[in-house]
Each structure stands twice: as structure tokens, then as C-alpha cells.
Design a protein around this ligand. Structure first.
Ligand SMILES: [Zn+2]
Length: 247
């Protein structure tokens, strides 16, 4: 998973396992449509209560496989202390120019975890910077020049935000597979003494994540869904094809 093909959808998240929780079903759905998907985790998980960064790397690779994702890497931003700095933006720009995604998924900008909120702004500004022909660059060993690239669309995964979504992605056929991808993080979710007062017991994870997906699915008249916010208004060609029944 180290080659760098152009991708259609890139999910950027603070921590390994964020994507599995907030938009893993959407990535599965996109892959099932033949689209190329990728995940960029910004930290390596060194500050986690459970498991080591090495364990989480192995688990993330397994989860990526289960999500049908063709490319996944982690940057080295500080876990628990992500800041929207030029250096961090430039690290993301390198990836954006390499993968050239049409769509970028970011975490919603209001969040309990400061890293998640930071990534919303950091990711957005990196997408902007990536499109500037004369943006500063990070010198690399290869020093390969990269053409500017700005994603066409940015959407925000809002599962953990108390906000009305702009739209829902129907993940009904993919809910079990998404759950398997989350449970690939055995160091985090298998019952164990470390962090037992902090983590939800293993047997409750399924019930909670399915209940959230059911709630969001119901908003759009499907069984299981994942919510997103977009800053732009929607555009419609044909009123008779607009989904989600009104009455
Ligand atoms: Zn997180």
C-alpha cells in the first residue's frame, strides 16, 4: 500500500480508527462502485491509552484491507497535539498532490477531541494550499516536482457532531463489513484492564455503532447511514429524482 495511484476519494483523519467509525461504510460503498479510495491518518497513535503505534499500524493495514482501500499511510503529527501549522499543511499537500483526489473527507469542525477539530481546519487549508502553483514545498529525498492539485469537493464526516447533516450515505449493505474493520483494532477494543474506565466494553461497541448508523439512516429513509455536512448548497437537475421521501 505504498504506491501512489490517483484516487477518487481520500479520507483524512486525526487517528487510526477515526475513519472506521465515521465514514468506513461510505468508503466501502465508493469502492463497490469502482471508485478508488484512500486514507491518510495524520498521527501514529503514540499517545493512546491502549496499544502501541506499531500495533496500531498493523491493525490499520488490516482495517484498510477490509474497507477495500487501496492506499493508506500515516503522517507523524503529534497525537493529542495536532496544530494547524504551515509544516503540517505542507506534509498533507505532498500527499494531496501525489494522490490527486477529487473528493476529500475531513472530520466535522466542532468536536470534543481537539485533534478532530484541528484536522478540519488543517485539512481544508492544506487542500487550498495544494492548489497554489507557487506554494512552498517540502524538499524530499527524491525531490520530485509535484503539479498543483486542488480537490473538487470537501465534505465533513459529522457522525460525532451535534449537527444536522447535509446528506446521508446509505451504508446498509456494508454495515457488517464496517464493523469488522473497526474491530480489526484489537489493541483498542478487545476487553482489557488498561483504560477499562475510558473505553466502551467490546460487547457494547456493536450496539452503539449500529444504533448511530440506524439513527442517521432513518433520517434519510434507509436502514443504516453515515452523515456528512457540506458547506455548499446542493444543485439539482431533475426534481423527480431528488431522493428521500417527504411524507
Ligand atoms: Zn480520533
Amino acid at each position: 500500500m505504498t504506491d501512489s495511484p490517483a484516487v477518487d476519494v481520500l479520507a483524512i483523519a486525526a487517528h487510526r480508527d477515526d475513519v472506521e467509525q465515521t465514514c468506513g461504510g461510505t468508503l466501502l460503498r465508493m469502492a463497490s462502485r469502482g471508485l478508488r479510495t484512500a486514507i491518510l491518518d495524520l498521527t501514529q497513535g503514540e499517545s493512546g491509552t491502549r496499544g502501541s503505534a506499531e500495533e496500531r499500524a498493523r491493525e490499520a493495514a488490516e482495517a484498510a484491507h477490509l474497507l477495500g482501500v487501496g492506499w493508506r499511510q500515516a503522517l507523524d503529527l503529534p497525537d493529542g497535539a495536532i496544530e494547524n501549522t504551515l509544516e503540517s499543511r505542507l506534509k498533507i499537500v505532498r500527499v494531496l498532490r501525489d494522490l490527486r483526489p477529487r473528493v476529500v473527507i475531513l472530520p466535522y469542525w466542532h468536536a470534543r477531541h481537539p485533534d478532530h477539530a484541528a484536522v478540519a481546519a488543517l485539512g481544508y487549508e492544506a487542500c487550498f494550499l495544494s492548489g497554489l502553483a507557487n506554494a512552498p514545498v517540502i524538499a524530499t529525498a527524491a525531490n520530485a516536482p509535484q503539479a498543483p492539485h486542488r480537490p473538487f469537493k470537501i465534505v465533513y464526516a459529522s457522525l460525532y457532531a451535534d449537527v444536522r447533516p447535509s446528506f446521508i450515505v446509505d451504508i446498509t449493505p456494508f454495515i457488517e463489513q464496517r464493523h469488522q474493520a473497526l474491530m480489526a483494532y484489537r489493541s483498542q477494543y478487545v476487553n482489557q484492564p488498561a483504560g477499562s474506565g475510558l473505553f466502551v466494553p467490546e460487547e457494547e461497541i456493536r450496539e452503539r455503532t449500529f444504533a448511530e448508523a440506524r439513527h442517521y439512516g432513518q433520517l434519510a429513509g434507509v436502514r443504516y447511514g453515515e452523515p456528512f455536512v457540506q458547506k455548499e448548497v446542493g444543485l439539482v437537475d431533475d426534481l423527480t429524482l431528488v431522493p428521500v421521501q417527504s411524507i
